[in-house]
Design a protein around this ligand. Structure first.
Ligand code: RP5
Length: 164
């Protein structure tokens, strides 16, 4: 794996997760964060996942974002393989509409934490923003970009309602 300067990895269990997890990538791109996105299922490719996370940590990856639906064990398994922060995004994949994934990801037994975000698009966006916030602790330039980004977002909001 050639991730010498990769700071954040976005993992997901299936191609079907990408349309939502891409929202996390969009945010990382906005902030100029070097990252990789990979589909590595915890139950279909367990050996490859172990290998990838080990290599990523050895190569200096600082934060893992992991999105999964249904039983959604991917974030927890990733967290078991690294001491770097893991941010989990529950995805709306099966008949339980993401509540299954939310409960699975948020209910990690004490000892192996996964920072759990909301279901779906908002969760993916917030996972990436949280990753940027963590990186900004040691990067004043990035912290300033975050403040500017929030101001820009707030400035877009109109105070006077318009008819639709
Ligand atoms: C999980 O099962 C994936 O994260 C995905 O959200 C869900 C369904 O996967 P596919 O059957 O679409 O591959 O592993």
């Amino acid at each position: 794996m050639s991730s010498k300067s990769t700071e954040v990895v976005i993992l997901m269990g299936s191609q079907s997760d990408w349309s939502v997890m891409k929202q996390a990538q969009n945010i990382l791109n906005e902030f100029g964060i070097n990252h990789q996105a990979r589909i590595i299922s915890a139950h279909r490719k367990a050996d490859r996942l172990k290998e990838y996370v080990g290599e990523a940590e050895a190569n200096g990856v600082k934060i893992f974002i992991a999105g999964a639906g249904m039983a959604a064990h991917l974030p927890g398994v990733v967290a078991s393989l690294t001491t770097r922060p893991v941010l989990g995004v529950p995805l709306e994949a099966g008949s339980l509409k993401g509540k299954d994934a939310l409960y699975s990801i948020v209910q990690m037994p004490g000892g192996i934490p996964v920072g759990t975000l909301g279901i779906g698009k908002a969760g993916a966006i917030n996972a990436a923003l949280l990753a940027v916030e963590i990186l900004a602790i040691a990067d004043n330039g990035l912290a300033e970009k975050l403040r500017a980004w929030r101001k820009t977002e707030a400035d877009k909001l109109k105070e006077i309602p318009e008819d639709n």
